[in-house]
Design a protein around this ligand. Structure first.
Ligand SMILES: *Cc1c(COP(=O)(O)O)cnc(C)c1O
Length: 385
C-alpha cells in the first residue's frame, strides 16, 4: 500500500504496516520478544538474506510500527527510539558533531535545552538559542559551521507558532538541516516534509500512544537524511521493546479519531476560558485572537488538545486552591492521553523572554464530555476569585 499516494491519513493509520497474513491472519502484528534470531544455515548467515538479524536491529513489531509511521509522515525512513527525548538526541547527533553549531528555538521542550547545554556542549557542539518568531530573520544567526536548525512549533508551554518554511529556506541555503519536534501537531495536523523539514521527530509517548502507558519516540527522515539517521541510530544502540512498539502501533490506529475529539474539546475549553474573569489570556493558535493564528491557519490542518492559560495575577495560594479543587483534571506532566491534565508552566528562556501577567497553566483536554470539564473548571476557578 506504500505506493498508493492517494490514500488519506485516516486510511493510512488504519492499514499501514499490517502483516496479518504473515501471522495466520491475526490483524495486529503480535509482540515479539527477541534478542537472538537464528539462521538456518551458514550460507544464510553469511549472506544475511533474512529480514531480521538481531533483536536490537528490528523485529516484525518494530518494522510494523516504523512502516506505518513512515507512510503517515511520507518519509524515506522512520526509526523508533526509546522515548521522545531519545529521538531528539539521535536526530541531533545524526547531523551535528564536534565543532558544529546548532540553532535551537528558545521555546523548546526543557529537557531538549538541557541536552544542548550539558551533553552536546561536552561533545563540542555549540548551541545558540533563537526567538520562535524569528522566521527568515534566522539568516543573521547562521554561521559557516551551522549544521542544523531545530524547531518546535508551537512550543509546548507558550504556544508560539514558527514560520517553518521561512526558517527552512534560509537553513537550506546555508547547507544546514532542519529538525522539527512535531509532537503538538503530529503528522496528521502538520506535514513536516512538505514544509521543508529534514528530520521529523515525535514523542510518540503523547498522542500516538494516546493512553498514558508507554514511553516511545521516533525520527522520520527524508531521503537525503536517511543514511545519517540509520548510522546514528545503529551506533547509539537505540531500541524500543516489542511491547512498546505494539502499544504505540495500537494507539496509532485510532489517533485520527482521538485527535479530532481532543481538538474539539480543547477549543471548547479554550473559548470558554478566554471569557472567564479569572483569565487574562489563552495561548491557543486556533483562536483568532492568538498572535500565531495566521501562520497556524496557513500551515496546519488542525490543533491538538494542548494549550496554555495565563491567569490574572493571583497569589500562589489561590493558584493552589484552583488546581487542588479540580476533580477531572489530573495534575501531572505529559499529555496526549485520553484523560485531561493540568500543570503549572515552568518557562525557561534565554533570548526571547515570555512576559506573563500572572501564573501560566497548561491544560490538556482529554476525551471526556466537554461540558463536564467546563463545569469542573468553573467550580475550581471560583476558588481563585
Ligand atoms: C514529552 C515531550 C518530549 C519528550 O518525550 P518523552 O517520550 O517524554 O521523552 C519531547 N518534546 C515534547 C514537545 C514533549 O512534550
Amino acid at each position: 500500500m506504500s505506493d498508493d499516494k492517494s490514500l488519506k491519513p485516516e486510511t493510512i493509520a488504519a492499514h499501514a504496516g499490517r502483516m496479518s497474513f504473515e501471522h495466520y491472519g491475526v490483524v495486529n502484528t503480535p509482540v515479539y520478544r527477541a534478542s537472538t534470531i537464528l539462521y538456518r544455515t551458514l550460507a544464510s548467515l553469511e549472506s544475511a538474506d533474512v529480514p531480521y538479524t538481531y533483536g536490537r536491529k528490528g523485529t516484525p513489531g518494530s518494522e510494523s510500527f516504523e512502516t506505518a509511521i513512515n507512510e503517515l509522515e511520507g518519509g524515506a525512513r522512520t526509526m523508533v527510539a526509546p522515548s521522545g527525548l531519545g529521538a531528539i538526541a539521535v536526530a541531533i547527533q545524526a547531523v551535528c558533531g564536534a565543532g558544529d553549531h546548532l540553532l535551537m528555538v528558545d521555546s523548546c521542550y526543557h529537557p531538549t535545552r538541557l541536552l544542548c547545554d550539558r551533553t552536546l556542549k561536552r561533545f563540542g557542539i555549540e548551541t545558540t538559542y533563537y526567538d520562535p518568531q524569528i522566521g527568515g530573520g534566522i539568516e543573521k544567526l547562521m554561521k559557516p559551521n551551522t549544521r542544523a536548525v531545530f524547531c518546535e512549533s508551537p512550543g509546548s508551554l507558550t504556544f508560539e507558532v514558527q514560520d517553518i518554511p521561512a526558517v527552512a529556506a534560509v537553513a537550506h541555503r546555508h547547507g544546514a538541516s532542519v529538525l522539527l519536534d512535531n509532537t503538538w501537531a503530529t503528522p496528521l495536523f502538520f506535514n513536516a516534509f512538505a514544509h521543508g523539514v529534514d528530520l521529523s521527530i515525535q514523542a510518540a509517548t503523547k498522542y500516538v500512544g494516546g493512553h498514558a502507558d508507554v514511553m516511545i519516540g521516533y525520527v522520520a527522515a527524508n531521503e537525503s537524511h536517511r543514511a545519517r539517521l540509520e548510522h546514528a541510530h545503529h551506533d547509539l544502540g537505540l531500541y524500543a521493546s516489542g511491547d512498546d512498539c505494539y502499544l504505540a502501533l495500537r494507539g496509532l490506529r485510532t489517533m485520527p479519531v482521538r485527535l479530532a475529539r481532543h481538538q474539539e474539546n480543547g477549543l471548547k475549553l479554550a473559548c470558554w476560558l478566554s471569557q472567564h474573569p479569572a483569565v487574562s489570556r489563552v495561548l491557543h493558535p486556533a483562536l483568532e485572537s492568538d498572535p500565531g493564528h495566521a501562520l497556524w491557519q496557513r500551515d496546519f490542518k488542525g490543533a491538538c488538545g494542548l494549550f496554555g492559560v495565563v491567569l490574572k495575577d493571583i497569589p500562589h495560594s489561590r493558584l493552589a486552591a484552583f488546581m487542588d479543587s479540580l476533580k477531572l483534571f489530573g495534575m501531572g506532566y505529559s499529555w496526549g492521553g485520553y484523560e485531561s491534565l493540568i500543570v503549572p508552566a515552568k518557562i525557561h528562556r534565554t533570548v526571547a523572554p515570555f512576559a506573563a501577567e500572572g501564573p501560566v497553566v497548561r491544560i490538556h483536554a482529554g476525551l471526556e464530555d466537554p461540558d463536564d470539564l467546563i463545569a469542573d473548571l468553573e467550580q475550581a476557578l471560583a476558588k481563585c476569585a
